[in-house]
Design a protein around this ligand. Structure first.
Ligand code: 3PG
Ligand code: MG
Length: 385
């Protein structure tokens, strides 16, 4: 690997500036999902064990360079203390003393999102070594993720190294056959991703609203379904490219349709070319799931981004749950390396319990997508020197 890790640095008596992503969901002043906080614990503990002190740098929300009290990171202190099992000192400007100090939201400063060298220099003065453990913010070229890495001896934290390692195994140097699941509402947001995956994987299972755009492009009726009709040509181009590159695009062969999009709505399964005019496609059908399961059985590696149906509203989570549970089972049996991440994906795979059995679940949303798109992540590039 081209970047250094905690093992390459001498933290004794030093203060480490550790960029973390604790941009976590909050309700009524409490953290409702501590995953991102839990995942930074190994890095913080390792640095402390090596005799260093830690100053955590992080953003929260999008305050756009101004002090927005509701976006103060102070609210995360109890969850951080619980996860670390020790006190965390909160400090507006990062100058407070303590074994673990959390500085206020870096995005309260206008220089953060501008990747301003002066702001980066003022941060760099607060410590001796820079550690980036925020893979999920590495797609942002900000002062605390990019510029600062060039001002201090820098390395990747444990979580950063783990995320990059998992993605390398899944896509950079995978064991073939590789299957990708690409779901979600719109093809238009996944064009770069599909373009990059076509040349790297052996099959792409298309799910969610995106699949409707492909079905429509093949001339199939989609009724009132979510569908980007204006992207029919683009969808046909993608299908042609896939064919030319020997990548199989797996579209639903049957679909679950309903007249209303609400919990428990009356629904039926029809062939993929038989969506009634007054109905909408809200999930893939059982036959489609069986075909997806077959692709998983034949695969050695799986990359999963996006749901197969409108999983937020039951029963339209059925295909996503069934396919994910099948992948989870193959993973547990040691037959499949499965990596999931991006946006809603983790939520979609969590409710069935499948995510817990995947080989790796990324903490990243946008950064995971950009990595799948083949883009260079500025926060990672800066660590490479
Ligand atoms: C995230 O929550 O995806 C990261 O923390 C990045 O946040 P951003 O999209 O506001 O840059
Ligand atoms: Mg985001």
């Amino acid at each position: 690997m081209a970047w250094k890790t905690l093992d390459d640095m001498d933290f004794a008596g030093k203060r480490a500036l550790v960029r973390v992503d604790i941009n976590v969901p909050i309700e009524a002043g409490r953290v409702t999902d501590t995953t991102r906080i839990d995942r930074i614990v190994p890095t913080v503990k390792d640095i402390l064990a090596k005799g260093g002190r830690v100053l955590l740098l992080a953003h929260f929300g999008r305050p756009k360079g101004k002090v927005v009290p509701e976006m103060s990171l102070k609210v995360t202190v109890p969850a951080l203390e619980a996860a670390l099992g020790q006190p965390v000192v909160f400090s507006e400007d990062g100058t407070a003393e303590g074994e673990v100090v959390l500085m206020e939201n870096t995005r309260f400063h206008p220089g953060e999102e501008k990747n301003d060298p002066d702001f980066a220099a003022s941060l760099a003065k607060l410590g001796d070594i820079y550690v980036n453990d925020a893979f999920s913010a590495a797609h942002r070229a900000h002062a605390s993720t990019e510029a600062i890495a060039r001002l201090l001896p820098a390395c990747a934290g444990r979580l950063m190294a783990e995320e990059l390692g998992a993605l390398e195994k899944a896509l950079a140097h995978p064991v073939h056959p590789v299957v990708a699941v690409v779901g979600g509402a719109k093809v238009s947001t996944k064009l770069d991703l599909l373009g990059n995956l076509l040349s790297k994987v052996d099959a792409i299972v298309i799910g969610g609203g995106m699949a409707n755009t492909f079905l429509a492009a093949e001339g199939k009726p989609v009724g009132k379904s979510l569908c980007e009709h204006d992207l029919a040509d683009t969808a046909r181009e993608i299908m042609a490219k896939a064919k030319a590159q020997g990548c199989e695009l797996v579209l639903p062969v049957d679909v679950v349709v309903a007249r209303e999009f609400k919990a428990g709505a009356e629904c039926e399964t029809v062939a993929a070319d038989a969506c009634p005019e007054d109905a909408m496609i809200l999930d893939a059908g059982a036959q489609s799931v069986a075909e997806v399961a077959e692709r998983f059985n034949a695969a050695k590696t799986l990359v999963w981004n996006g749901p197969l149906g409108a999983f937020e509203i039951p029963p339209f989570n059925a295909a996503t749950d069934a396919a994910a549970l099948h992948a989870a089972e193959l993973t547990v049996e040691g037959k499949l390396l499965s990596v999931a991440g991006g946006g809603d994906t983790v939520a979609a795979l969590n409710s069935s319990g499948a995510a817990a059995k995947f080989s790796y679940v990324s903490t990243a949303g946008g950064a995971f997508l950009e990595w799948l798109e083949g883009k260079t992540l500025p926060g990672v590039a800066a660590l490479e020197g």
